[in-house]
Write a protein that binds this ligand. Sequence first.
Ligand SMILES: C[S@@+](CC[C@H](N)C(=O)[O-])C[C@H]1O[C@@H](n2cnc3c(N)ncnc32)[C@H](O)[C@@H]1O
Length: 249
Amino acid sequence: MAYDRLFFQAYENYLDEVGVRQTHDEMLNLFRVLYGRRKLRGSPTKVVQASKGPDPHRAPAVVDLGCGQSHEYQKYGSYSDYLGIDRDHGESSDSFMTMDYRDERAWNSRVFQQETLDEWSARVSPDFMTDIDIAVMQAHRIKQADVFVSLFSTEITAPHRKNQRLYEVLFANLPEMRFGLVSGFYYWNKRHLNPVKEAGDVVSFQTLDPPEAMASEWYSEQRFTVACPSKMFGPDVYEVWRVLERRRR
Ligand SMILES: C[S@@+](CC[C@H](N)C(=O)[O-])C[C@H]1O[C@@H](n2cnc3c(N)ncnc32)[C@H](O)[C@@H]1O
């Protein structure tokens, strides 16, 4: 597995390939529309129009798991607030946080408890923030986020049971979290292999199981499977975009 400088450079070019950009933009738009409609569900207006263009009031507050170094969601997705998380995000701004998103203790930690956040809000001075203040401020933003996204990270770095567990931990620990948008893929000609070795010597898991085999009592799923041939990954890639929505409990 090698998410190194060369991989990140190649990935940046991959995201600019015309066909890839078209497919990913369509999926991100679809999610924007879906999110906007769901948010309005239950409003008195009978016919719900999808919003066109940026609408900060209707855009989600997003946590991006495995934002990488291209930060595709930050560049092309819709949001009112954005926090990227990665072990290696290559940024120094407070919109990015270094963390292993599979560390369950972190999601369960005291830092997400309301008292800690209230205590911090009363204490912090915006003119002089220590690293700890920034970390707690980021925890605050995670706590308020209503969407997590993971574009080709969670789905491809672990088998589906482990991911199901991660998504359930997120919904369980973060009460405001309402949707997840996670994307993975499979190679039509390598469906018999899991994980699979791909460009840049990266070993990835394929999203092969059907939705019924991946059902959770925490969330429902809508799934979009789209062909996405590219120079970097080859002609037979199908991307699997999963929209997870918290079930009312
Ligand atoms: C293919 S890249 C994702 C691309 C990214 N979404 C983008 O827009 O550029 C996979 C990323 O997942 C990150 N990653 C994998 N496992 C992780 C983990 N457990 N915690 C944090 N980051 C992780 C890697 O460091 C890598 O940057």
